[in-house]
Write a protein that binds this ligand. Sequence first.
Ligand code: ZN
Length: 169
Amino acid sequence: MSTACIMLNGDYSFLGLVDWKKAMCLVVAEKVKVLKYSDRLIRSVDKVFKAPAVIVLIKVVRSVYRNRVPFNKKNVLIRDRYACVYCGRKEKALTIDHVIPQSRGGATDFDNCVACCRLCNTRKGARTPNEAHMPMRRRAYQPTIAEFIQMRLRQSGVYRILVELGIYG
Ligand SMILES: [Zn+2]
């Protein structure tokens, strides 16, 4: 992590982490500007310089925001924070529940699938949440890649650094 550099999009939203070598290449290629340097010193043959800590793309990459997260079980679990949407339990063996049961025409997509613990899945059976009297803590929805990046950002602690820099308030 010490050599990782935060890369921001042209609008200062978080894009990802790159190592300092990749960051230096982007600086040299004039793709990015450096917002903050780290205290880590890099020694090359003829000079010593500070590694970039935060870089920002000169142009905004827009495709990141348009793209939808592909549907699969793992991404449903990420969206639902690895917690059952009915009881909030976090367990390793979470299943995927069809809010409107498949047997009644419910689709297998982000708008109809949620993370569900085994107990709740058994209890709900082939009923809707209303019929089963099991209110949902989160609704099902199609997430965007930008949302997933925001989530990862908060988890990784990078968010705090960006708040310090005044990029997020
Ligand atoms: Zn549950």
